[in-house]
Design a protein around this ligand. Sequence first.
Ligand SMILES: NC(=O)c1ccc[n+]([C@@H]2O[C@H](COP(=O)([O-])OP(=O)(O)OC[C@H]3O[C@@H](n4cnc5c(N)ncnc54)[C@H](OP(=O)(O)O)[C@@H]3O)[C@@H](O)[C@H]2O)c1
Length: 277
Amino acid sequence: MEPKGKVIVVTGASSGIGLASARALAREGARVVLAARSMAALSRESDRIVREGGSAVAVEMDVTSDASVGAAVASILERLGRIDVVINNAGNGGRLSLWESTDGAFTRAMFDVHVFGMERVTRAVLPAMLAQGSGTVVNIASTVAWVPMPSAAAYCAAKAAVVAFSESLRGELEGRGVRVTVFAPPHTSTAAGDDWPLEGPQVFAPEWVAEQLVETLRRDRRSFLAGASNRSLLVLQRIAPGLASRIMKDIGLRAGAKSAGRMRGADEAAMRPSTRP
Ligand SMILES: NC(=O)c1ccc[n+]([C@@H]2O[C@H](COP(=O)([O-])OP(=O)(O)OC[C@H]3O[C@@H](n4cnc5c(N)ncnc54)[C@H](OP(=O)(O)O)[C@@H]3O)[C@@H](O)[C@H]2O)c1
């Protein structure tokens, strides 16, 4: 699928991978819709794309709200007439910590944005795609959907649900013109990515990840894990699952301990008396 001329909605486009993807797609000639909650950031970034010669509009959308998603999709269809691609990217990494030190609200919030948010947006755009007889739903997963990691149980479970949902929906939509693609970024330097102090995995720039996403769309891939080391990890998990789990256990527990240290440091700094007059 060539992005040129296509109406492409990117959720979570106010920063990170979503913003870099919207910018990359606009450079390819797509008519991009930047959607997220922070309207000021979205307007600033869509204006920048337009100043650079691209086509972009900003739409406020909270993927955890039926009303917000419904209103946003209705407004996109009214303004642009169609939706060719939706990239369900909105999300967050949450803090890394042992599952037993989190509560149910934390897990539910993780599922609310990653799983139910993706499901809600897909449900809202699908009728237009089916009526057009064409469309692509891109769901953003993560390597940890296939190779889970301690200290991130809720996130890993949510991303695994995104993958299973996508594979299932793809089968239902085959032959009806709508494709479903799963794209897994590697560890990327964004607000969410920088919250995970992982030792070992290479950290990629959001712009590089965005180029991989554009290529995934262009090649009509069903599923793509960006980053060679992530693909190697998946192969290792298939041929030596015990070894892959040990590697992930080591990475996850170390990062979780580091994250807990950061939190303690931030709490202590907040409790220190201010030196300002
Ligand atoms: N960074 C990584 O290492 C990495 C690796 C694998 C997968 N991923 C996945 O890649 C995606 C993008 O993450 P990122 O690293 O680019 O994070 P990011 O820089 O923190 O950006 C997250 C985006 O999601 C939006 N968002 C959050 N909650 C939302 C909601 N309820 N409704 C609408 N938008 C919402 C945020 O905008 P507002 O706050 O303005 O709403 C923001 O634009 C996520 O799905 C993440 O799980 C990231």
